[in-house]
Design a protein around this ligand. Structure first.
Ligand code: MLT
Length: 312
């Protein structure tokens, strides 16, 4: 009995594969970030990390799935700023945003780019704004549903130009990008983790980044500031969550593995090539993620309420 008492519970965790739910389609930005990170984290944890894409309702379906999962450390959620905006966008969520999860840590803060199908007429952001206003009943904007990053950026854009637009919702910006390249939809605001290579290969047009400064992998893409949308900035921060009640020993091991993975040179390099950077060790903590989520819910609530009429 003494021996049993001496072995802290979860000392052997993880003893089997861990599932990370990505609340958007495979092949999109959230999936891309998760798969790069999962490779490094599974090396640290000595167990396979299985990515489960649960798309729908702007990411809230996948979040709800994890909120209800067994808090045993074997089901996690990797989600982004949508965790905060959904708290204000949905009158009734299937989960309590601030009560249903434990926190592992922040992962990365991804910039966005306003992109369009390759045949879209406008030459620059100013031209895009003029064209969209003049053709507001014809132009289509793609997003990944209410609560997605592409929805948030679109809402900010539509309220900046005071022009609500027809939106085409997808289960992720992976499939949305496929339609954009095929010309089925006109434009979108998406994360660099999904669009950097397609922009460089000329498969889509890029008008502006949502950053204060131009991005190293996309030096020819002006910032929205330069293009005539002052203050048009949004960064898509990502975090890893577990169902509330997950044992602290498991959470501590996950946070340690996350911090090691984010410091991995290969992870840094792959993130950098996609326009982003890993969160620091201090950000990759439960406290930092909790604080970020709470402050971002408070930050975006009034913006969403003011711009609400532009949400699709
Ligand atoms: C995705 O992974 O598909 C994106 O995060 C969707 C979005 O948030 O726009």
């Amino acid at each position: 009995a003494a021996a049993l008492l001496a072995t802290p519970a979860f000392a052997a965790y993880p003893e089997r594969a861990i599932t990370v739910v990505v609340p958007f389609s495979a092949g999109g930005p959230t999936d891309t970030v998760t798969r790069i990170l999962a490779e490094a984290m599974s090396r640290e944890l000595g167990q396979q990390i299985v990515v489960d894409n649960v798309g729908g309702a702007g990411g809230t379906l996948g979040a709800g799935r994890v909120a209800k999962a067994d808090p045993d450390g074997y089901t996690l959620l990797l989600h982004h700023i949508g965790m905060a905006t959904s708290a204000s966008l949905y009158r009734k969520l299937a989960y309590d945003t601030l009560g249903a999860f434990d926190y592992v840590g922040l992962v990365t803060d991804v910039p966005m780019v306003i992109v369009a199908r390759p045949t879209f007429e406008p030459k620059d952001l100013k031209g895009l704004i003029d064209y969209v206003k003049a053709n507001k009943d014809k132009v289509t904007y793609a997003n990944a549903g209410i609560g997605a990053a592409s929805h948030l950026c679109g809402m900010l854009f539509m309220s900046a130009i005071q022009t609500p637009l027809t939106t085409v919702p997808y289960k992720g910006t992976g499939p949305a990008l496929t339609d954009l390249m095929g010309g089925q939809v006109d434009f979108m605001c998406d994360q660099t983790t999904n669009t950097t290579n397609q922009i460089k290969e000329g498969k889509i047009k890029a008008y502006a980044t949502t950053t204060a400064k131009r991005l190293a992998p996309l030096p020819d893409v002006p910032t929205a500031e330069e293009g005539g949308l002052p203050g048009f900035q949004v960064g898509i921060w990502h975090g890893i969550y577990a169902p509330k009640g997950t044992p602290k020993e498991a959470l501590d091991k996950l946070t340690a593995a996350l911090q090691k993975a984010l410091a991995d040179p290969n992870v840094k390099e792959r993130f950098a090539s996609l326009g982003t950077a890993p969160s620091t060790t201090a950000e990759a903590t439960p406290e930092a993620l909790k604080a970020k989520l709470e402050s971002e819910i408070a930050r975006w609530r009034p913006v969403i309420q003011a711009a609400g009429q532009y949400a699709d």
